[in-house]
Design a protein around this ligand. Structure first.
Ligand code: FMN
Length: 475
């Protein structure tokens, strides 16, 4: 039988083979053998013979991380009630140009079938660690390597416990232990399971191990009458987080720039159980932070209390009151750009009660207010360490442009993003925004009115403007 002589291959093929072999942790000879073995396998046309069961012929696994220019994702579906949403996630990932290979745990198959996953992904679905058709070439290792990213959705409490402790007693956990690609988890479970000390320990361990998380979100659970943190992030959020991972190939106009962003409301305590707040959801500030990270910036996001998960690649600092936010902002300086999107309370209660104020027989207690520190003005007027570009937000319910112009002058910032937050607009807490961007050059103020956009689109457009301004300053 003829032996393989790599030396005789032409240089381009050798280079390709070298890369592939390195990626798969094999010698070049072994990689060439794998390719030949795959090529010699009878090809089973998926559509013709497919029944979605484990008896389906194995799709060749010895393939690179991208097929036909489509980056590959291995999607592991755990046994949670949110597994049905992962069937939609397959479509959302494919819409974004990913090729998706699914792995279902035994418990996941109680909720969704391999047939559904195969039909939606147009590929074989993997379920069995001891499947001879895929294990002829250690398929459990390849599924965590011949891809750009491994996504686990839903990531059950059980799967995370196994990962944190290095178990590998089924196909999903063996892939996760053998993976050499980034891993993105979308946890989903009952709030009591999520808050259980064991899960907290496992999550902390996984984060230390370099595993990435999207969600869980807060809200109603499948269990009747239960609510809290534990809902799986929506498929569209998981797909966006997956895409953000693979974005480094895209232009990164803010690479090397440090952005400081504030978001959300502040809570100003009245006594240990009561506080003054506002209706800010933090969505716009979080979207700006995500867009800045996607543009390559190093982002610190200082947020008041909101029900939003940390955007991928962003350093998030959570605070409660305006004074805590100011301290966190000062500690995060220096920065190249500061965007103050938080709805900071103008006032706080002058003397916070040390104990819960009791309802008495007399008149209600008066709430004496005192002014909070002005975070935007204090940073914009700094003599030292002032970020070169300081951007404030003006949320107004009347005389929007007049108020925004006077805010720009009064606060000493460079730009104001003005938005109408009167209840009829639905901006506060909603997903859309109408922006007027006020910029200042010398004493001249220019106003740009943008069309109604989603908060994500506003964020992308604002980051594009910031990138342009940063580049102009640099050149
Ligand atoms: C109806 C039902 C719903 C469940 N939902 C969840 C869930 O959302 N999250 C979770 O961690 N476990 C959930 N479980 C428990 C898991 O199915 C169980 O821990 C299983 O062993 C997980 O296996 P896997 O991690 O291998 O997929 C649920 C169980 C049942 C019966």
């Amino acid at each position: 039988m003829a032996s393989l002589t790599i030396r005789k291959l032409d240089e381009a093929i050798k280079a390709e083979l070298r890369q592939r072999a390195a990626r798969n942790g094999r010698s070049m000879e072994d990689e060439a053998r794998t390719i030949l073995r795959d090529a010699a396998q009878p090809r089973h046309e998926f559509a013709a013979s497919f029944d979605g069961s484990a008896e389906q012929p194995a799709a060749p696994l010895g393939e690179p991380a991208a097929v036909d220019g489509q980056p590959r994702i291995t999607l592991i579906v755990g046994g949670g009630i949110a597994a049905y949403k992962s069937m939609d996630l397959i479509r959302r990932l494919m819409e974004r140009g990913f090729s998706v290979r699914c792995v279902l745990t035994a418990a996941a198959q109680k909720f969704v079938t391999p047939l559904t996953a195969s039909a939606l992904s147009h590929q074989r679905c993997y379920t069995d660690l001891f499947d001879p058709m895929s294990e002829f070439d250690a398929g459990h290792i390849r599924l965590g390597r011949d891809c750009e990213l491994v996504v686990v959705a839903p990531a059950t409490a059980d799967l995370m416990a196994k990962m944190a402790n290095g178990h590998a007693d089924d196909l999903a956990s063996a892939i996760l232990l053998a993976a050499n690609r980034p891993i993105l988890l979308a946890p989903a479970m009952n709030p009591l399971m999520w808050n259980n000390a064991a899960t907290r320990r496992n999550v902390a361990q996984l984060v230390r191990d370099g595993v990435h998380m999207v969600g869980p979100n807060a809200g109603e659970m499948a269990e009747k009458g239960e609510a809290g943190t534990g809902r799986m992030a929506e498929p569209i959020e998981i797909a966006a987080a997956a895409q953000a991972f693979l974005r480094p190939q895209q232009a990164q106009p803010l690479a090397g720039c440090k952005l400081l962003i504030t978001a959300g409301p502040t809570h100003e305590p009245i006594d240990p159980v009561r506080y003054i707040a506002n209706r800010s959801s933090g969505k716009q500030g979080f979207a700006i932070a995500a867009a800045a990270a996607a543009a390559g910036a190093e982002v610190t996001l200082i947020s008041g209390p909101v029900e939003l998960h940390d955007p991928a690649g962003v350093h998030v600092i959570r605070v409660e009151s305006a004074r805590e936010m100011l301290d966190a902002v000062n500690a995060a300086l220096p920065a190249d750009v500061a965007v103050f999107a938080a709805a900071v309370a103008d006032w706080r209660v002058e003397s916070e009660g040390g104990q819960k104020i009791k309802k008495g027989a007399g008149a209600p207690p008066p709430l004496l207010l005192t002014e909070n520190p002005d975070i935007l003005a204090s940073i914009a007027k700094r003599e030292q360490n002032r970020p070169p570009l300081v951007i404030g937000f003006a949320a107004e319910t009347e005389h929007l442009l007049d108020n925004a112009k006077s805010k720009l002058a009064r606060k000493g910032c460079d730009w104001i993003v003005a938005n109408d937050v009167s209840p009829a607009t639905g901006v506060m807490g909603g997903d859309r925004n109408t922006i007027h961007l006020l910029t200042r050059a010398a004493d001249e103020i220019s106003v740009e009115s943008w069309p109604v956009m989603s908060k994500d689109q506003v964020a992308t457009a604002l980051i594009a403007r910031i990138s342009k301004a940063v580049r102009t300053t640099e050149s």
